[in-house]
Design a protein around this ligand. Structure first.
Ligand code: ATP
Ligand code: MG
Length: 149
């Protein structure tokens, strides 16, 4: 997959997980992915696909209470969900910028809550519910495009 800005339509959770596994091949260690989209749009499903492709054996769910989960993979996966924070100051309190400096893959649901903290080379993925219950449109913006714009 060679993306700058790309729209993909998936028709099942399995297809969304597969998309994550394909995108992973494009990511360098240290990549940061910001996931946008409403409740139930498929963000956590996508993270489950990343985790499986990284060889994570634990079950992946939204990190509702601790806000950031760390999974030992190759490279490690850091999964944050900022739904419950108010603003970037709260995210700083979580030490989120330490993850941005790491060599792991950092993926953040509701990343817009901490928009100003995101590195300039963050990938942005937007999840939208489609015409039927299992259709999702996922817009992928890769950092090369962001740098040029
Ligand atoms: N094509 C699809 N891709 C992903 N999920 C799908 C798809 N079709 C149906 N679903 C269902 O939609 C739901 C997506 O839930 P998920 O927890 O991934 O959403 P989310 O975006 O993380 O929401 P939240 O903001 O509440 O964390 C799941 O129940 C999943 O089974
Ligand atoms: Mg979620």
């Amino acid at each position: 997959m060679n993306v700058e800005r790309k729209k993909v339509v998936t028709h099942s959770p399995a297809e969304t997980r597969q998309l994550a596994a394909e995108l992973l091949r494009e990511l360098r260690p240290g990549a940061v992915l910001a996931l946008h989209g409403d409740l139930g749009a498929g963000k956590t499903c996508f993270v489950q696909g990343l985790a499986a492709a990284l060889g994570v054996h634990q079950a992946v769910s939204s990190p509702t209470f601790v806000l950031i989960h760390e999974y030992p993979g190759t490279p490690p996966l850091y999964h944050a969900d900022l739904y419950r924070i108010r603003d970037a100051d709260d995210a700083l309190g979580l030490g989120i910028e330490e993850y941005f400096k790491s060599d792991g893959i950092t993926v953040i649901e509701w990343a817009e809550r901490a928009a100003e903290l995101l590195p300039p080379d963050t990938w942005h993925l937007t999840f939208e519910v489609g015409a039927d219950l299992t259709e999702r449109t996922i817009t992928i913006e890769c950092p090369n495009l962001n740098r040029n714009s």
